[in-house]
Design a protein around this ligand. Structure first.
Ligand code: AHG
Ligand code: MN
Ligand code: MN
Length: 339
């Protein structure tokens, strides 16, 4: 049995002298996030008894109604990370602007404190997503613009899944992954309160028969996306010559977790409901961290045409269309969009 602490110790032993201090800072930040993850897990286990259900009675900067647990999880992460000496600043789905932390810190942390908010009150899976970036203006107070770095700059990214068990999945960037472990998964042992390693070097099959999309938006999609789903629905009677199955968790963490466990494709496409929005999901704290996980596991992650991690961000809350998972399916979607 390898605990998260053992795992990190081994990684610190193998880290190169060039990036040892950066890696140790990243590890310290992930430890802070997982400590909060355990607190959120506890609250979810108590459920209605912990007064975490229902609306908070406020809206976030994106005009979405906040749930009580969105606010609680955000406050827990904000308090914990702003007191971590390596953290120069944080940005969150639930905060209009970046919050400065420690000027001497060398890292920036972005998070979606509670992903899948519509699942909270019905006891269904939710999660927390995080992305860790380098801070390039050390010694100065953090501003929103400091966070606007491409996904390829991420030093580490991952999520906590609050499902029937609590799990942690993350990956270091290729440069920091001195043990070549790729994407790793830990399960929270409820008896010891420790995360224990269950899988490493997770690999996503290039092909799949499982897809995730909210088909209630079908009439708002662009024609190539409608055509792609039409072809999947036609199954053995259509051009694809095989049957596909649908799964939709309504929490991106849950859908990405399923893809890391047994493959598949996840899509939240651009639609015409609100032409000012490029998609529903947010680039900086949903799409980029999930893209790093998916790519490091051998999958692909695009906006239907271009690679997500190559986006030059313009806003910490910017939205993006997301098509990620099994390489050959993502390619299929890209080909239809290019035609
Ligand atoms: P959040 O709860 O952080 O706002 O994110 C919800 C996102 C994502 O997790 C999920 O895949 C999607 O919204 C669900 O959308 P639908 O409501 O269209 O099912
Ligand atoms: Mn989310
Ligand atoms: Mn959220």
């Amino acid at each position: 049995m390898t605990t998260l602490n053992d795992y990190f110790q081994s990684h610190l032993n193998t880290a190169s002298t060039d990036n040892h201090s950066q890696k140790s800072a990243v590890i310290d930040v992930i430890n802070t996030i997982t400590t909060v993850g355990k607190e959120i897990t506890e609250l979810l286990r108590k459920g209605a008894l912990a007064d975490i259900h229902g609306e908070a009675g406020a809206e976030n900067v994106q005009g979405e109604q906040q749930k009580k647990l969105d606010v609680i999880a955000n406050d827990l992460l904000l308090n914990a990370l702003t007191t971590n000496k390596h953290c120069a600043g944080v940005a969150s789905e639930e905060l209009d602007d970046a919050t400065a932390a420690n000027e001497a810190g060398e890292l920036l942390v972005l998070f979606d404190p509670l992903d899948g908010s519509s699942n909270i009150d019905i006891n269904m899976p939710t999660g927390t997503i995080f992305s860790i970036l380098p801070y390039n203006n050390k010694g100065q107070t953090v501003q929103n613009s400091d966070f606007l770095q491409k996904g390829t700059e991420q030093l580490a990214a991952g999520y906590l899944l609050y499902g029937s068990s609590a799990m942690l999945a993350f990956t270091f960037s290729d440069a920091l992954d001195s043990d070549n472990d790729g994407v790793v998964m830990f399960s929270l042992n409820p008896t010891s309160g420790e995360f224990e390693l269950v899988k490493k070097n997770i690999a996503i099959d290039e092909d799949t028969k499982e897809y995730a999309i909210n088909a209630s938006n079908y009439r708002h999609w662009l024609p190539p996306m409608q055509q792609y789903i039409d072809e999947l629905l036609a199954g053995t009677t259509g051009s694809r010559g095989k049957n596909f199955n649908t799964r939709w968790v309504a929490a991106m963490v849950g859908d990405v977790h399923r893809i890391l466990c047994r493959g598949g494709i996840f899509i939240y496409p651009k639609d015409t409901k609100d032409p000012s929005k490029a998609g529903k999901l947010r680039l900086m704290y949903e799409a980029n961290p999930m893209s790093l996980l998916i790519e490091r596991a051998g999958g692909a992650s695009t906006d239907a045409v271009n690679r997500i991690m190559d986006y030059e961000p313009t806003d910490i809350h910017q939205r993006v269309a997301v098509v990620l998972g099994a390489k050959n399916e993502v390619l299929q979607v890209q080909q239809l969009h290019k035609q």
